[in-house]
Design a protein around this ligand. Structure first.
Ligand code: NDP
Ligand code: 8X3
Length: 250
């Protein structure tokens, strides 16, 4: 069994990579930070005794994605699970104050990157008549919140693409599932607030947010389902969060 995880150097991606390795999957790890990728790969090999392939590229770079997939040895092309996880929010401002570069980073990573990887990996699954694509969306793909405009739009796009992929893969035995998490304490807010840890910490004050392990639990549940069962969409929040904009804080 082989799992391909984008954005594996941190947060959900890292936890899912470890969890799938624990379940016996050989893992293909993607991310931009080469050292983190290498150390995670070593840790996984040492701890779980599975094989690891490093796919060190930026999902926004189509040529790099193509090259990396083309470089996969035949034995690594039998991918059973693809987790489209690489993504980010950058900034939290009203549209009229928005930063063009922030918008491009989110759109290029969260939408176009997910499309590039899916376009190149899904034919490998179709050729084998099986596979499972798990898209990491967000509650921000179900609702919007102040200042979240472009990030929310990218996650609404993931929500739409998840539904569309489900239709497109239907005849080929390939499952498509979305996990749409609420607030989880990872590097997400540090990235959103461009390294401002104080602003990032405030997001998680006054309640217990989700953890990366909670999302790994959901992935484990999805990949363990019987072959005839496909969960199409899974919204997961902490006890204190009702939707993208309402969190009950003490
Ligand atoms: P982290 O910031 O902890 O992890 C993001 C991962 O994405 C990192 O491994 C990063 O690796 C990778 N990444 C970012 N840009 C690129 C790129 N251009 N190419 C390749 N990899 C990239 O955040 P999370 O784990 O929280 O986020 C994972 C996903 O979950 C994202 O899609 C996010 O939108 C979504 N999400 C997060 C929620 C949260 O509250 N935390 C809630 C709902 C959804 P590197 O920097 O090494 O490239
Ligand atoms: C990430 C969580 O709170 O920005 O998708 O919607 S949130």
């Amino acid at each position: 069994m082989i799992a391909y995880i984008t954005g594996a150097t941190s947060g959900f991606g890292r936890a899912c990579a470890k969890r799938l390795a624990k379940l016996g999957y050989d893992v293909i790890l993607n991310g931009r930070r080469k050292e983190l990728l290498a150390s995670l790969g070593q840790e996984i090999e040492d701890k779980y005794g599975v094989h690891v392939w490093l796919a060190n590229y930026d999902v926004r770079e189509l040529d790099a994605v193509k090259q990396s997939v083309a470089d996969l040895p035949a034995s690594w092309q039998a991918i059973d699970v693809l987790i489209n996880n690489a993504g980010l929010a950058v900034g939290l401002t009203n549209i009229q104050d928005g930063d063009f570069d922030d918008w491009n980073r989110m759109i290029d990573t969260n939408i176009k990157g997910l499309l590039y990887v899916t376009r190149l990996i899904s034919p490998l699954m179709i050729a084998r008549g099986k596979g499972h694509i798990i898209n990491i969306g967000s509650v921000a793909g179900k609702d919007v919140y102040g200042g979240g405009n472009v990030y929310c739009a990218t996650k609404h796009a993931v929500d739409a693409l998840n539904k569309a992929m489900r239709i497109d893969m239907l005849a080929y035995g390939v499952k498509v599932s979305q996990i749409a998490p609420g607030a989880a304490e990872t590097e997400f807010s540090i990235v959103r607030f461009k390294g401002n840890k104080e602003a990032a910490d405030k997001v998680y004050e006054g309640y217990k947010p989700l953890t990366e392990e909670d999302i790994a639990d959901a992935v484990e549940y999805l990949v363990k389902l019987p072959p005839h069962v496909c969960v199409n969409d899974l919204i997961i929040t902490s006890l204190n969060q009702a939707n993208a904009s309402i969190i009950h804080k003490k």
